[in-house]
Design a protein around this ligand. Structure first.
Ligand code: SF4
Length: 457
């Protein structure tokens, strides 16, 4: 749900009719009980509360996670609060101890002119019909800073329709404090062996198709990989492929990320052995060292050695959230782990138009890394609408191939002028179908065993 909220928050102006109707559709599709309060559905509310508190535990663990969680929860809360009837809003305000003193009819009549002049969008009749509340200045900072309320004797006179700003500020402060407090109690929670694995995986868990089960196995030849890396690889894999070709070597983080991706797009074990060997022996590794040191780990990743686990290619969340690259590494997600200036240069070298680069960098700045990658897909495939919600590098590849082979209609005529054409505003171009992938999935496979075999640089 929060991923959908993030997608729509970037693609639409919040609180507009288009945003609200898209969000309502998506929440319905996901069976999220967004109207549980209005419908007085106790069970649905209980589940909603439990999942919120579990997510708090999972998302309090780092500054990045806290910021992301806070933003999405705020957006979801704003939508849900504004969907309430006036009666339910009042009830809610009382429940959370935010019941402000209503301005009496007498005082309102006395101050009609001032209220009308100080409250944008309010005419005299509108002032008469709306309820106003006296709110302490601390709670109404945002409103008086933007000169949207009348102030007298240390109180802001807030019309009912603006009360959501106050409620949201209050919610932000409380949730932010609660996340910081929860983070402090993490050590004791993490010592509970029932909770620890759940919490470690939740913030970067992946619930999409399992790309280790490949229908395409053997359908890709090694000669095709260079061309595919340009046309259909996401930036993370394109970067790894380029580094491998340039250096004839990748360190273990890169070999794992790229090796499992290649397996996912259909390389057989024999092809993988040939691919890596050919490249490595062009560098400092001789054939004998390769056979002894590296071939075992490749067979292992195909489930042919050790515990015989068939390892799963990494999802975006796993790549973004774990094992950040250090000096000399090429793995990770370039949208998350590259310096913005270097990312810009890389995108320029890939002939992404300047307006597209600006959009991508804005998304990166807002920490919407997967959305930045979706934008990269749109620009490199010359479509206005990516048509799916990106969760996995192998999904990127599959969708790219489907599009390029005509299996999916591009939503725009392809241009003859390469990448030079400008795109529409991303507000208009986002996908309406951005639900997370289906549930016929597996969780991330534990890779600790495999990592042990890849320790050699
Ligand atoms: Fe790769 Fe995912 Fe990052 Fe795109 S968002 S570059 S697919 S890790």
């Amino acid at each position: 749900v929060l991923k959908v909220v993030e997608n729509l928050g970037v693609s639409y102006v919040r609180n507009t009719d288009a945003y609200k109707s898209k969000l309502e559709n998506e929440l319905r599709k996901l069976k999220f009980p967004y109207k549980a309060l209005a419908e007085d559905d106790y069970e649905a509310r209980r589940k909603d509360h439990i999942s919120h508190f579990i997510l708090r535990l999972a998302y309090c663990q780092s500054e990045d996670l806290r910021r992301w969680f806070l933003q999405q929860e705020m957006d979801l809360f704003r939508y849900r609060f504004n969907e309430l009837t006036e009666g339910l809003m009042q009830k809610f305000l009382e429940h959370v101890n935010l019941s402000f003193e209503a301005v009496s009819e007498g005082e309102k009549t006395e101050l009609t002119n001032e209220l009308c002049a100080s409250t944008p969008g309010f005419s005299l009749p509108k002032v008469k019909e709306q309820m106003f509340y006296k709110v302490g200045l601390v709670d109404a900072v945002d409103l008086f800073r933007t000169r949207r309320v009348f102030i007298k004797d240390g109180f802001a006179y807030v019309p009912f329709k603006e009360i959501d700003v106050i409620v949201l500020n209050n919610y932000r402060t409380k949730l932010s404090k609660a996340l910081a407090l929860t983070a402090r109690s993490l050590p004791s929670i993490q010592s509970d062996e029932r909770l620890q694995p759940l919490l470690n995986h939740l913030s970067h868990s992946y619930v999409g198709p399992d790309y280790s089960i490949q229908k395409n196995t053997g359908k890709i030849s090694l000669e095709q990989i260079d061309a595919l890396s340009v046309k259909s690889f996401p930036l993370c894999m394109r970067q790894l492929h380029r580094a491998l070709r340039d250096n004839h070597h990748l360190r273990h983080g890169g070999r794992m990320q790229y090796g499992l991706f290649l397996k996912g797009i259909g390389l057989t074990l024999e092809q993988a052995l040939e691919f890596w060997k050919k490249e490595f022996i062009r560098g400092k590794v001789d054939a004998d060292k390769f056979d002894k040191g590296y071939a075992y780990s490749i067979r292992h990743s195909y489930g042919k050695e050790g515990k015989r686990t068939d390892y799963t290619p990494y999802s975006c969340m796993k790549i973004i959230m774990s094992n950040p690259p250090s000096q000399g590494d090429y793995h990770g997600c370039p949208f998350r782990h590259s310096d913005p200036e270097l990312l810009k240069q890389k995108l320029q070298s890939y002939k992404i138009p300047p307006s597209g680069i600006t959009q991508i960098l804005d998304l990166v700045k807002g920490m919407h890394y997967q959305l930045a990658c979706q934008k990269y897909f749109e620009l490199t495939h010359e479509v206005d609408d990516i048509g799916f919600s990106l969760n996995h590098p192998n999904q990127y590849f599959t969708e790219s191939q489907r599009l390029l082979s005509g299996g999916r209609e591009p939503k725009k005529e392809l241009s003859n002028s390469g990448n030079s054409q400008q795109k529409h505003n991303s507000q208009e171009s986002m996908n309406s179908n951005s639900t997370p992938a289906s549930s016929n999935t597996t969780a991330d496979t534990e890779l600790e065993g495999l990592e042990a075999y890849f320790t050699e640089d």
